[in-house]
Design a protein around this ligand. Structure first.
Ligand SMILES: [Mn+2]
Length: 434
């Protein structure tokens, strides 16, 4: 093996491509493109982030590549590196290395794509591609497809229909293989280690940014990166759902909401834990924490074959509502509260989302307008929370408390498999780390 270690075994990639090919219409073609490099500022780019669909089917890190998949064949076009590019950016896979990484035998240089394009599109029953994602490809593909139709007298035609590649690839990506679940377990373990290091390092006077640095050092130690911008929110900032400034000083008596997780080779975790800045939660923080924990446990237990995202959400909401009624923050009957949705003052987001090669993973949540039933191999987050506003009608001790507890759960035929179950979640466990 040469300069590149494949990140995904060939058998795994081949099984994904085969499943994709079996879902394609006879005589159709799928085209996928690498993601464009994003600019950070001026002429400096972000770290390259591969297109998830392209990576899922090829395992290739190349910045300029095209996958052409028909029900019978797979071809990859790549721009091999030049000595000059390699001086600046290091080794780029050549034709042979591209085969070694992807297991795809037919690898061609980028320039060949323009030559091949007409024969690739001609007389196809359908073309699947991520339309309106790359305007330059839209122009090229739609332009040629339409010219082929105009030349119909010669006996040829363009693709009969154009379908979004999501129809094919995203549906496959929803169902995780055993190999993917094992990788998700690894990122969950890295995430667990990072959270525990942060909880140990938290004390009054520490800044949120320092804790973010602790997370990052654990992620990088394991060759991972942050799966999304980490949220390290002390005190009332926990009620800002997408707080990512992470620049404030932590004070005794506050709790921290940390929504942060690792991703490695485009396999993501998404985990939230809450912990006190000092040694112990306050009584009010503890009260809110216990309500959210009960809700989260029941929602995880409800993540079973045949359930739906909506059912799990309703389960989580019902426990939160009972808890808020018991401490007087919500008044009225449960039915009224659910009917009027007055709980949304304290719980305004959904309870879960798919997770995988994207942190908010692809795949439909509804089929023909109805919530989709859980099937084995689907992976979802379960993340109820409560966010108590700093309003005059709220008892002082509860104002500004924000608690969310989030784990990643695999639906299996034997019940929910919580990938982050080894992470401390009970109050005693969390306070025990301090
Ligand atoms: Mn999440």
């Amino acid at each position: 093996m040469g300069r590149f270690l494949p990140e995904i075994p060939h058998e795994e990639l081949q099984s994904r491509r085969k499943k994709c090919q079996q879902r394609m219409e006879d005589g159709s073609l799928l085209l996928l493109f690498t993601g464009p490099r994003q600019i950070l500022s001026n002429d400096v780019h972000h770290r390259f982030r591969q297109d998830s669909d392209f990576y899922y089917l090829t395992g290739l890190p190349v910045e300029e590549g095209i996958l052409a998949l028909s029900p019978e064949s797979a071809t990859v076009y790549i721009k091999p590196g030049s000595p000059e590019k390699e001086t600046w950016e290091g080794p780029q896979p050549d034709i042979i290395e591209t085969t070694e990484i992807s297991g795809i035998e037919d690898v061609r240089p980028w320039e060949k794509f323009d030559e091949d394009l007409e024969s690739l599109l001609k007389n196809r029953s359908a073309l699947y591609y991520p339309y309106s994602f790359h305007p330059e490809w839209d122009q090229k593909l739609l332009g040629l497809a339409s010219r082929l139709h105009l030349r119909g007298r010669g006996g040829d035609a363009g693709p009969g229909s154009i379908l979004h590649s999501a129809e094919l690839v995203h549906e496959l990506r929803m169902f995780k293989s055993d190999w993917e679940i094992a990788r998700m377990q690894e990122t969950a373990a890295i995430t667990t280690e990072a959270h525990m290091r942060v909880i140990e390092a938290t004390r009054p006077g520490v800044f949120e940014s320092e804790l973010e640095g602790v997370l990052f050092s654990v992620f990088r130690k394991h060759g991972a990166n942050e799966a999304y911008p980490s949220i390290v929110a002390g005190g009332p900032r926990a009620c800002i759902l997408h707080y990512i400034k992470n620049d404030a000083e932590l004070k005794e008596g506050q709790s921290v909401l940390m929504d942060a997780a690792a991703a490695r080779n485009y396999i993501h975790s998404d985990v939230t834990r809450c912990f006190p800045v000092g040694k112990r939660f306050t009584q009010e923080q503890r009260t809110i924490y216990e309500i959210v924990l009960k809700s989260q446990k029941e929602a995880v237990a409800a993540t079973v074959v045949g359930a739906t995202m909506d059912l799990v959400h309703e389960k989580a909401v019902s426990v939160l509502v009972e808890g808020l009624r018991s401490i007087g923050l919500l008044k009225g009957t449960t039915e009224q509260i659910l009917e009027e949705k007055s709980y949304r003052r304290f719980y305004m987001h959904r309870t879960g989302h798919w997770i995988g090669h994207d942190v908010h993973d692809v795949g439909r949540y509804y089929i023909e307008g109805k919530p989709r039933h859980y099937e084995p191999g689907m992976v979802t987050t379960v993340e109820p929370g409560l966010y108590i506003p700093q309003d005059d009608d709220i008892p002082a001790g509860f104002r500004g408390i924000g608690i969310r507890i989030e784990d990643d759960v695999v639906v299996t035929k034997d019940g929910p498999l919580n990938l982050t179950q080894s992470m401390p979640v009970e109050i005693e466990q969390i306070e025990g780390l301090k």
